[in-house]
Ligand binder design. Structure first.
Ligand code: ATP
Ligand code: MG
Length: 650
C-alpha cells in the first residue's frame, strides 16, 4: 500500500455537519472529550465510575502486551447494570424491548418484566446444574428468549456462546465442541421469510457428536403442528416447563471484571472462525459508553439495531449496550422483505423508531428494491442513522441520508470488529461533520493509526494498514483456548500494535476511510487498488445495485480486476451494459481501475452476516476449485457464478 493510484475517495467534497439543533441537544458536543481520551486510564476510569460495582478496582489497567486486564480486582455483574439498577432507579415500567415476530405478533417487555424473565431462566439453568464458568451454547432465531438466555447466562456467570440460527449442523457442532459447552439452548424452529428453519432438527444432528452437552433447552416458537420435535428424555427440556415454577428473583453471581462473559465466533469472511473471548467489566463500560455517545441515546428514543444477536453487533448494541443505558429497543424476528419489501419501513413508522442501525449490504439491497418501499411510509420519526459491517460506498451513504434520513439525520458509519467488542471509529453525531464514505475519527479514548508494511505511521493524506496503538476496555482478551493463535493473528505483524487486518486511508482532517480487508487488496501493474474504491465506482453507475471486485492472475499486469455486478431491479445484462459499466469505472476513478472482466451476478456470495466473501469470488475468477463455503448464506450462488465464468471463458 505504498503508492496510491486512486484518490477519488479523498476527493469526496460533500460535507454534512450536524444541524445546530442536533448539536445543541447531543450527549456529546464538546470536542474536549477527545483530549480527555488521551489519558486512557483516567478517561475510562471516570466513565467506569458511573456503573454499579460490588467492589472497586485496585488498578485501572494492567497491560502485559498483548494481554490486558481492565479494572483489576473489581467485582460486578453486568445484568445488575443492565436491569436491576434501572428497575431500582425508577425505570421499572419503562419498555426495554418491543419485539415483533415475523408473522406480525408482538411481545413487549418492561425493564421489570425483563429482569423477572432473566431471573426465572437463570434459576432454571442453575437447577440444571449450570455453574459459574460452564459454557452454554445458544442456537436460536431472533426471539426474546435469545436475549433473555444471554442475560440469564451472564446472571449466573456461565459464559455464553451464541451461534447464529442460520448456521448448519456442522458449524454448530464445531462451535459447541470448540467452546466445550455443557448446555445447548435452541428452539423448535425459527421463522424466516414465511418458512421454518428447523433449529432442533439441526441441533440433533450436531449433538450426535458432542458428548459434552448434558442438557438441551428448547424454546417453543413455532408449535407442534408445523415444527414437531422429538425430545430425548433426560437430555431435552422445554423452556416453558423449566421456567414454570422457577422463582422470580435470582442472586447475581459475583463476577470479577476479568471473568469470561462470552465467546463469539467471527463471521468467517477470511477463513476459519475464531472464538473471540470477552470479559465482564471492560466490555460493559466500553459497549455502554460507545452506545451512549455514538447513538446519542436519550430517554425517549426508540432505538432499532437490525443485526442478529448471533453477531457481535447484536451482543453489544442490541443486548448489553442499550440495556446498560436503559434504552427502549425494537427487536425484529424476520426477514426485511417479508411479507413485503417495505417491512423495515413499516416497522419504523408503526413503532416510531428514532435511531436506526443497519448494514451496508441491507442498504444496497433496499436501493436495488426501489424507492417506492421507503417512500410509502412516514419515516419522520427517525433522527439518527447508523451503518456497520462493511465499508459504506458514498453512493449508498447518500441514498441512506436522503431517502431514509430525509436529508436531516446524521449518519454514524461505525468501524469495529468482533475482536474490538465495541465501536472504535465513528462520527460523534453532535460534533462530526460527515464525509460520505468515511467513518471519521477514532472515538475518545481509542487510539488507532494507519501504518505502512514496516509499521511506520503514514502521513496524511496516505493509505496503509489499520492498527490500534493502545489497549481499550472492550478489547478481546484472546481466542478461546488458543493464546498462540491470538498472538499470531493480531500481535505478530507489528511490534506492540494490534493489527486489524483492514486497509485504510487517512486524510488531512484526520478522518479514516476504510478500504476493506488487506487480503482483498489488488495489485494491478504495480499499483495497490482497494476493492472499496472500484466497487464504489461500480455502484455509482445507475444500473448497478451491488458489486464485488477481486484481483485475478494476469500475465502482464500481475493482476487484473474481475468485477461481479448485480443489476438494479429492471436492468438487463447485455454486452452494451458491460462496456458501459467498464467505461463508467474508468471515467470515475481512472483507467487503472477499469475491470477486465464484468460478470453479471444475480446474487453475490455472502456470509450469513451479509458480508461479501471475496475469497470465493477469487476462486471463481481464477477458474479454480472453490474453497470452504460453510459460512456462506446461500452456497447455490457459487454454482450460478461458476456457470457465468464458464460461459464467459468459452
Ligand atoms: P472473520 O474475522 O472471521 O473473517 P469478519 O471479520 O467478517 O470475520 P466481524 O468481526 O463481524 O467478522 O467483522 C469485522 C470486519 O468488518 C472489520 O474488520 C471490517 O473489515 C468490517 N467492517 C465492520 N464495520 C465496518 C465499517 N464501518 N467500515 C468498513 N469496514 C467495516
Ligand atoms: Mg475479522
Amino acid at each position: 500500500m505504498s503508492h496510491e493510484t486512486i484518490e477519488t475517495l479523498l476527493d469526496e467534497d460533500r460535507r454534512f455537519p450536524p444541524s445546530e439543533a442536533f448539536a445543541a441537544a447531543a450527549n456529546v458536543n464538546d470536542p474536549a472529550i477527545y483530549e480527555a481520551g488521551e489519558d486512557i486510564e483516567a478517561f475510562w476510569e471516570s466513565h467506569a465510575k458511573t456503573f454499579t460495582w460490588f467492589e472497586p478496582w485496585t488498578k485501572v489497567l494492567e497491560w502485559d502486551l498483548p494481554f490486558a486486564k481492565w479494572f483489576v480486582g473489581a467485582k460486578t455483574n453486568i445484568t445488575v447494570n443492565c436491569l436491576d439498577r434501572h428497575v431500582e432507579g425508577g425505570k421499572a415500567d419503562k419498555t426495554a424491548f418491543i419485539w415483533e415476530g415475523e408473522p406480525g405478533d408482538e411481545r413487549i417487555f418492561t425493564y421489570a418484566e425483563l429482569l423477572k424473565e432473566v431471573c426465572r431462566f437463570a434459576n432454571a439453568l442453575r437447577a440444571l446444574g449450570v455453574q459459574k464458568g460452564d459454557r452454554v451454547t445458544l442456537y436460536l432465531g431472533m426471539v426474546p428468549e435469545l436475549a433473555i438466555a444471554v442475560l440469564a447466562c451472564a446472571r449466573i456467570g456461565a459464559p455464553h456462546s451464541v451461534v447464529f440460527g442460520g448456521f448448519s449442523p456442522d458449524s454448530l457442532r464445531e462451535r459447541i465442541k470448540d467452546s466445550d459447552s455443557k448446555v445447548l439452548i435452541t428452539g423448535d424452529g425459527a421463522w424466516r421469510r414465511g418458512g421454518v428453519v428447523p433449529l432442533k432438527a439441526n441441533a440433533d444432528i450436531a449433538l450426535e457428536e458432542t458428548p459434552g452437552v448434558e442438557h438441551v433447552v428448547v424454546v417453543q416458537r413455532i408449535g407442534a403442528e408445523k415444527a414437531p420435535v422429538p425430545m430425548q428424555a433426560g437430555r431435552d427440556h422445554w423452556w416453558h416447563e423449566l421456567v414454570a415454577d422457577a422463582a422470580d428473583t435470582c442472586e447475581p453471581e459475583v463476577m470479577d471484571a476479568e471473568d469470561l462473559l462470552f465467546i463469539l465466533y467471527t463471521s468467517g469472511t477470511t477463513g476459519h472462525p475464531k472464538g473471540i473471548a470477552h470479559t465482564t467489566g471492560g466490555y460493559m463500560v466500553g459497549t455502554a459508553m460507545t452506545h451512549r455517545w455514538v447513538f446519542d441515546i436519550k430517554d425517549d428514543d426508540v432505538y432499532w439495531c437490525t443485526a442478529d444477536i448471533g453477531w457481535v453487533t447484536g451482543h453489544s448494541y442490541i443486548v448489553y449496550g442499550p440495556l446498560a443505558n436503559g434504552c427502549t429497543s425494537v427487536m425484529y424476528e424476520g426477514g426485511p422483505d417479508h411479507p413485503g419489501k417495505d417491512r423495515f419501513w413499516d416497522i419504523v413508522e408503526r413503532r416510531g423508531v428514532t435511531i436506526f442501525y443497519t448494514a451496508p449490504t441491507a442498504i444496497r439491497a433496499f436501493m436495488g428494491w426501489g424507492d417506492e418501499h421507503p417512500k410509502s411510509h412516514d419515516l419522520s420519526s427517525l433522527r439518527l442513522l447508523g451503518s456497520v459491517g462493511e465499508p459504506i460506498n458514498p453512493e449508498a451513504w447518500m441514498w441512506y441520508h436522503d431517502t431514509i434520513g430525509g436529508g436531516r439525520c446524521p449518519i454514524v458509519d461505525t468501524w469495529w470488529q468482533t475482536e474490538t467488542g465495541g465501536i472504535m471509529i465513528s462520527p460523534l453525531p453532535g460534533l462530526t461533520t460527515n464525509k460520505p464514505g468515511s467513518a471519521a475519527r477514532a472515538l475518545p479514548g481509542i487510539h488507532v493509526d494507519v501504518v505502512d508494511e514496516e509499521g511506520n505511521h503514514v502521513d496524511a493524506p496516505g493509505g496503509g494498514l489499520l492498527v490500534i496503538r493502545k489497549p481499550w476496555p472492550s478489547m478481546l482478551r484472546g481466542i478461546y483456548g488458543n493464546p498462540e493463535r491470538y498472538k499470531d493473528v493480531y500481535w505478530s505483524k507489528f511490534d506492540g500494535l494490534y493489527f486489524a487486518g483492514d486497509g485504510a486511508k487517512l486524510d488531512e482532517d484526520g478522518y479514516y476511510w476504510l478500504l476493506g480487508r488487506v487480503d482483498d487488496i489488488m495489485l494491478v501493474s504495480g499499483h495497490n487498488i482497494s476493492t472499496m474504491e472500484v466497487e464504489s465506482a461500480l455502484v455509482d453507475h445507475p444500473a448497478v445495485a451491488e458489486s464485488a471486485v477481486v484481483g485475478r492472475t494476469h500475465a502482464v499486469k500481475g493482476q487484473a480486476i474481475a468485477a461481479f455486478v448485480t443489476l438494479m431491479g429492471g436492468a438487463e445484462p447485455s454486452e452494451e451494459a458491460r462496456a458501459e459499466i467498464r467505461q463508467h469505472v474508468a471515467a470515475k476513478i481512472g483507467p487503472i481501475g477499469r475491470p477486465d472482466d464484468v460478470y453479471f451476478a444475480p446474487a453475490l456470495p455472502k456470509t450469513r452476516s451479509g458480508k461479501i466473501m471475496r475469497r470465493l469470488l477469487r476462486d471463481i475468477a481464477e477458474g479454480r476449485e472453490v474453497g470452504d463455503t460453510t459460512t456462506l448464506a446461500d452456497p447455490g450462488v457459487v454454482d450460478t457464478l461458476r456457470a457465468q465464468y464458464e460461459k464467459h471463458r468459452s
